[in-house]
Design a binder for this molecule. Structure first.
Ligand code: PMP
Length: 450
């Protein structure tokens, strides 16, 4: 039994411990606050629940060192561009080589051919384009889907996240679509053109598609941004069939689920989308993303383009497909995101899931561990959420805050937003054992303090 009092005590103790252990980070945080709004160059850096941000000295593989000399086992890779480890050697070398050979030219080079061939072979889609981020790729894909179908609406799932894409910031609260409160400054009611239903609810999907006015369904094959929600057996294929029947394009955003296996969830589990988005890890952390599509979609894009005005389309930016990103992507696809890498990641992730289950059981808790491919998550509740509403209900703010602080203070980082972990090609068995041990110590402390 974990009481509110024990949680509150742990938060107080661990915040003090953190402040005492990190004087150099504290000093840098003070100095940074002089000119960075809210003290950091990017506001997500405040999401860790620590009294002040941890300042990084360097990161390598699945390890990170802070400016006070502490070393961390980094399991917080799954929300980042470092899913395949920090600064993988082939990517670092490719960047170094390209650095003095032209960073951005608005012309293709030899890397462009190698990258396109690698993408087509791996993901089974013949045509590709590059953007600078997954957010941008999703925005481009939504535009194309609306453009080629002539339909204005898109459909997303409750609890989804696809980056800085205003159109998808709609949640279901008690079954009613609501604008996400964090959508500051957006003056259009995006609900006019965005339909939201629960994941794993086929009748709701079918009813929404039946109107014939939905351009595309945009989803992760497994939701990973509202906690983790896995598709029911057969659900994605049924989604695929419904989309085909109703003339709706199916888009898989595999920016996170690329960790499901070689070729992403798509090639590992076999349901094929019309369009496919892959962002942050594809160039090893260099800003870059790609979207791929079928030959049929490509033809329809050509028709839509021919009918339209020439000139600025609002799709793509000057830095898209720059030479540095292409060099990094080539190295990452061909030398880092390899079948051998997955052969290390997947079994070790299964071991971590088992180890976490054992820790939870040993402490007499009825918590659940969800796991797919290299990604895992423990939920401080006893059932696996099947949709966004259930996933939100399973979140335990203060308890998770306490756990995260305890782990950080003992050299373990997991995703700050929820309890998600990722095994990279560089993650070791010893790191998995340490995470399990520290979580065990943490739970014993919480339970012992009842
Ligand atoms: N799609 C998914 C599924 C994501 O999880 C994210 C980021 N967490 C994005 C898109 C956006 O990626 P970026 O912030 O790199 O644009």
């Amino acid at each position: 039994m974990i009481t509110d009092g024990a949680i509150a005590r742990m938060i107080t103790d661990e915040r003090q411990r953190y402040a005492a252990a990190n004087p150099r980070s504290a000093a840098l945080a003070q100095a940074a606050a002089r000119h960075w709004h809210r003290g950091v160059p990017f506001h997500w850096m405040l999401d860790w629940g620590t009294p002040f941000p941890l300042f990084v000295e360097h990161a390598q593989g699945a390890e990170l060192w802070d400016v006070d000399g502490h070393r961390y086992d980094d399991f917080c890779l799954g929300d980042t561009g470092s899913m395949f480890g920090h600064s993988p050697a082939p990517v670092a070398q490719a960047i170094a080589r390209q650095a003095s050979r032209g960073l951005t030219t608005m012309l293709p080079g030899e890397d462009a051919v190698a990258v396109a061939d690698a993408l087509a072979a791996r993901f089974g889609l013949p045509f590709w384009q590059v953007t600078s981020s997954a957010s941008e790729a999703n925005r481009a894909v939504i535009r194309w889907c609306r453009g080629i179908t002539g339909r204005s609406k898109i459909l997303v799932f409750n609890g989804c996240y696809h980056g800085a894409v205003d159109d998808v910031f709609v949640d279901l609260r008690d079954g009613v679509p609501e604008l996400r409160k964090s959508l500051v400054g957006q003056v259009y009611d995006v609900r006019e053109h965005t339909v939201v239903v629960e994941f794993n609810d086929l009748p709701a999907l079918e009813a929404a598609l039946a109107g014939g006015d939905i351009a595309c369904v945009l989803t992760e094959p497994a939701l990973t941004n509202v906690g983790m929600v896995l598709p029911d057996p057969g659900y994605l294929q049924a989604m695929r069939d419904l989309c085909t029947r109703h003339g709706t394009l199916l888009v898989f955003d595999e920016t996170h689920t690329i960790s499901s296996g070689f070729g992403g969830h798509t090639m590992t589990h076999g349901t094929l989308p019309d369009l496919f988005v892959l962002g942050k890890p594809v160039a090893g952390g260099v800003p870059c993303a790609v979207f791929g599509f079928t030959a049929e979609v490509a033809q329809r894009m050509e028709r839509a383009r021919a009918e339209g005005e020439t000139g600025h389309s609002g799709i793509g930016t000057t830095l898209s497909a720059n030479a540095l990103a292409l060099a990094a992507m080539r190295a990452c696809l061909t030398q880092v995101m390899t079948p051998q890498a997955y052969a290390h990641m997947l079994p070790l992730a299964a071991e971590l899931a088992d180890a976490l289950r054992a820790v939870i059981a040993r402490n007499g808790l009825a918590w659940h561990v969800t796991h797919i491919g290299a990604r895992g998550e423990f939920i401080c509740g006893d059932t696996a959420p099947r949709n966004g509403t259930q996933a939100r209900a399973a979140m335990q703010g203060p308890l998770e805050h306490a756990l995260h602080l305890y782990l950080i203070n003992r050299g373990v980082l997991i995703a700050p937003f929820h309890n998600m972990t990722l095994i990279s090609p560089a993650t070791t068995r010893a790191q998995v054992d340490r995470l399990a041990q520290v979580l065990d110590d943490c739970l014993k402390t919480l339970i012992g303090n009842a």
